[in-house]
Design a protein around this ligand. Structure first.
Ligand SMILES: C[S@@+](CC[C@H](N)C(=O)[O-])C[C@H]1O[C@@H](n2cnc3c(N)ncnc32)[C@H](O)[C@@H]1O
Length: 259
């Protein structure tokens, strides 16, 4: 593996620190009690980083999202880790009835509302719901949605890397929140099958995770999903131009729950 590819994390971290460090420090100086809440600090930092990088990452992955989300999402959609609500613009009003944005970082909610409203999803019309929970809070999510099996499409875009206990969380969301016949659509960076790339992903994860609100580079999320025995069908694919040495190596998937 090329050294430049192996050290790419340092370049990314430098960029994130450049934009996130000063505003996060200012927030701590304004409210020193934050020092007792490292997760809150991480979310402030992540919000500033996403305000700079979110639109560009969305633009670069537009073709993936059109093929995955616009083509398949339908009914009631649950967007796990909605971020700034970029997913909203890929939802087809002829097929989707409601956009539920699940985002535990409440600093991002105004951005979700703004992008969802611009795409025609509004709380006033009952087509937009913003939930401030983590994906692992499955019981709370179910209760907010009025009971089990209420969602037709679960979407996760670059979010399962940050969810605690992801294998269990995905199983519970699919088992309890997704309707029979519903689908899970995901676009995630995952553990590479290349041993050398995987080694570097594992090496960098402790550092990257602490800086980036829990984001892990070394999760075989696509394998966990594929191995679940609840699907009637499933497809997995990659990005055509992606280097095998990419530390953020992506897999895209569409899986349908048995009816
Ligand atoms: C890299 S961003 C992706 C945002 C969005 N899905 C997109 O593609 O534009 C990851 C998101 O996951 C959220 N997140 C972190 N921990 C989470 C958790 N436990 N449950 C759900 N979302 C979480 C973060 O707050 C962040 O908004």
């Amino acid at each position: 593996m090329k050294l430049s590819a192996a050290l790419a994390v340092l370049v990314e971290l430098k960029g994130c620190l450049q934009f996130g460090f000063v505003p996060t420090l200012r927030a701590i100086l304004r409210s020193p009690i934050l020092l007792l809440r490292p997760r809150a600090i991480s979310r402030i930092f992540m919000n500033h980083v996403w305000s700079v990088y979110g639109d560009g990452i969305d633009a670069n992955s537009r073709y993936v999202k059109e093929g995955l989300v616009s083509a398949n999402a339908q009914g009631v959609v649950l967007d796990v880790g909605a971020g700034y609500g970029h997913t909203a613009r890929y939802l087809d009003h002829a097929k989707v009835t409601k956009y539920i944005a699940l985002e535990p970082n409440v600093l991002m909610h105004s951005e979700i509302r703004q992008r969802a409203n611009a795409a025609g999803w509004t709380e006033g019309e009952g087509t937009l719901v913003i939930l401030p929970y983590g994906a692992e809070d499955v019981a709370t999510i179910m209760s907010a949605l009025g009971g089990p099996h209420s969602v037709d499409t679960i979407i996760s875009i670059l979010s399962l890397c940050s969810v605690p206990d992801p294998k269990k969380t995905i199983c519970m969301l699919v088992d309890l929140v997704l309707k029979p016949g519903g689908q899970l659509l995901f676009y995630e960076h995952v553990l590479s099958p290349r041993v050398d790339v995987g080694w570097w992903q594992q090496f960098w994860t402790p550092l990257w995770r602490h800086a980036m609100d829990g984001c892990c580079l070394d999760r075989p999320t696509h394998e966990w999903i594929k191995q679940m025995d609840v699907w009637s069908k499933g497809e997995l694919w990659g990005l055509p131009d992606e280097s095998e040495e990419h530390l953020w190596w992506h897999r895209v998937g569409k899986f349908v729950k048995a009816g």
